[in-house]
Design a protein around this ligand. Structure first.
Ligand code: G1P
Length: 295
């Protein structure tokens, strides 16, 4: 396997109910952290890992995502006419020339595994990436998917990103069994989706980055829906272990669960403080801001 991931799949069909009413007409992936929508952070991470083909698994209310990655003719003409070259360059750089964006619809909300299966006809590589855009991982020096891609190339295996969470929180994640082995890269022995904390095989939670063998598609097609009626990617990955190896990657970087309000605000503060244009002013404002009870 060569280093670098050519195709990355972005499941973006979810309804974003945790962010209503903001997400009534705007896809949750289009909510902006400081000045970029979540999905653009994900796309930049994919491109940094070598992706040339971006496959978006969308739904009926997600046209804004397609528009964001398309040329905006009127806007670009206007920016050029007004001599706003910096802004024009930023808008034009959203998708580099060598990268293509493909869209496929997930017609029914049958879960993450089903969403990935919807991309099957558009993935021709032996290994491909998956990014869940609402897991924002901030590491400008070494974007997370690139870290997974390097491990995949070295181990010739599928890779799943993990981080430690409290046992109580395991109920919100896919959880990996490494047989107790620690360290940044460990063979995966099993995976369970959102276990009861008492039954969780570890406290290593799956975060939304994967490098998967294309063999996963056959297994997804055979994976039955769970008790919620959803086809889980985690279940198909557990089945993949019977045929091929998979390893964990404890990525380096700050992870924000930007799919919930608290995580989204934390990401906004963190990235706001680092922002080249507004970071210093924002830091000064935060420092002088009195807690509400003192004002
Ligand atoms: C999905 C996966 C889960 C993973 C999580 C990471 O769950 O099914 O295994 O741990 O993403 O964010 P969701 O958050 O979509 O319910």
């Amino acid at each position: 396997m060569t280093s670098g991931i050519r195709t990355v799949v972005f499941p973006v069909a979810g309804l974003g109910t945790r962010f209503l009413p903001a997400t009534k007409a705007v896809p949750k992936e289009m909510l902006a952290v400081v000045d970029k929508p979540l999905i653009q952070y994900a796309v930049e991470e994919a491109v940094a890992a070598g992706a040339e083909k971006l496959v978006f698994v969308t739904g009926r209310t997600k046209n804004a995502i397609e528009n964001h990655f398309d040329m905006a003719f009127e806007l670009e003409t206007e920016l050029a006419a007004r001599g706003k070259d910096d802004l024009l360059a930023q808008v034009e750089a959203i998708v580099p020339e060598h990268v293509s964006c493909l869209y496929v619809r997930q017609r029914k909300a049958l879960g993450l595994g089903h969403a990935v299966l919807c991309a099957r006809a558009l993935v021709d590589d032996d290994y491909f990436g998956v990014i869940l855009a609402d897991d924002l991982i901030h590491n400008p020096a070494s974007p997370a998917l690139g870290q997974l891609a390097a491990v995949a190339a070295e181990r010739e295996a599928s890779v799943v990103s993990v981080q430690e969470v409290s046992r109580e929180k395991t109920r919100h994640y896919g959880v990996v069994d490494t047989g107790g082995a620690e360290g940044p890269v460990q063979p995966v022995r099993g995976l369970v989706e959102k276990p009861d904390p008492a039954d969780a095989p570890s406290n290593l939670a799956v975060v939304g980055r994967y490098v998967l063998s294309s063999r996963i598609f056959e297994l997804l097609a055979e994976t039955p829906p769970d008790h919620r009626g959803e086809i889980q990617l985690t279940d198909a990955m557990a089945a993949l272990l019977e045929h091929q190896s998979m390893v964990t990657c404890r990525f380096e970087g700050k992870h924000f669960d930007a799919g919930n309000k608290l995580g989204f605000l934390q990401a906004t503060v963190e990235l706001g403080l680092e922002h080249a244009e507004i970071g210093p002013d924002f830091a000064a404002w935060l420092a002088q801001r009195k807690p509400a009870r003192e004002s």
